[in-house]
Write a protein that binds this ligand. Sequence first.
Ligand code: IFM
Length: 453
Amino acid sequence: MPNPSLNHNMIRVTKDQFPADFVWGVATSAFQIEGASREDGKGPSIWDEFCQQPGVISDHSNGDVACDHYHRYESDLDLIEAMQVDAYRFSISWPRVRPTGAGAWNEAGLAFYDRLIDGMIKRGIKPYLTLNHWDLPAQLQHQGGWANRDTVFRFVEYAKGIHDRYGDRVVSIATHNEPWVVAVLGHETGIFAPGIKSRAIAAQTSHHLLLSHGMALRELRKDGATCELGIVLNLSPMHAATDSPEDQAKTRLEDGKLLRWYMDPMFKACYPADVWDDLGADSPLIEAGDLDIIATPMDFLGVNYYSRSVVSAKEQWDARKNGKAVSDMGWEIYPEGLTELLVRIHRDYPVPPLFVTENGGAFRDVLEDGKVHDAERTDYIVRHIEAVQAAMQQGVRMGGYMVWSFLDNFEWASGYEKRFGIVHVDYTTQTRTLKDSALWYQQFLQTTSNDRT
Ligand code: IFM
């Protein structure tokens, strides 16, 4: 039965218009929700250390408690089950399971993920595991982090250990979440951990992330992996602000830096020449055979989509100032960009099935009388699901769609000020409240087109 408190017109698209095996999910990451940052033998991550630097997190917060998911995972899984979601995309905290990134493993940390994964399976929720959602063990950073080629081998050991332990229970393993963010925001602009500001280090980091992805895939396959293996990229279509040759040229280069720098090596075993030339002396050191390893075939590609980028050679293009509808992050709401992006990837690369592994919006939610009427977020999600449907109608092979995020959580440099959850979190009491968007998703997942007549 439709939920009468919701605007029924919101249901324009129905679940039964998608293939029966299409996966509907919600997503989070370890650092953003778990808390328990020093409990049961967990080591510090680069984000634990970064948060201690004055002024880097806008509300001066950290991940010490976050959503306290480490202790509340059972009731959180109950909520996911209640929403009738098929899949939960979560990440493992590397320093929780191997505190220094090398050497001894931490059994208490490993046991937490046993409980989490078994809890999903018990409830009929499919586990989608991500290995690296940014929280590198701090000790590895002290030895050079991702800029040090040794970290590639530490990551492969980590991937093998996780696969040995959970590989027969999870549906999929993604190596990295958004390597562009790790490389550029973490090592070039320095607004994310570890806060380095060097284009050369960022470029080397991106190469090592890609290499570790390919090497891990090869090793897991050798170990007999039966779960699906892939990676998750943050991608956007790039549109020039004007037809001027300067704007067009910059747009082409920006597209190269965000999309082709990652997609070309993985699907064509080469780096794009224009971006390589632009890097000049900052281009990464690569060894013979690296590109073949990076191009190891994968079973799925995850795409995280939030907005398009508009590029101007003169200034930073501002969506709000240009009269566009934006989320609380200031990101333009542009669902048609998702169709454009998926169709383009499908056209330009020999890709495996695509998953939208993150999509959602931060909005200024108000909790009143136990309700959050987040109509903007619901509308955002509906329009992006329709955009996925449009891509499929144009022949794109899609495996699933996952909302970012299941819970309000620690939004990196924005701290807890930006809320992406379809479930509201009161950080004082840790009370969870399903927002209208969660109720909509729940209803969508139950409703067939016959129910609408
Ligand atoms: O919260 C992040 C997530 O960790 C990675 N993708 C983008 C989200 C929203 O900024």
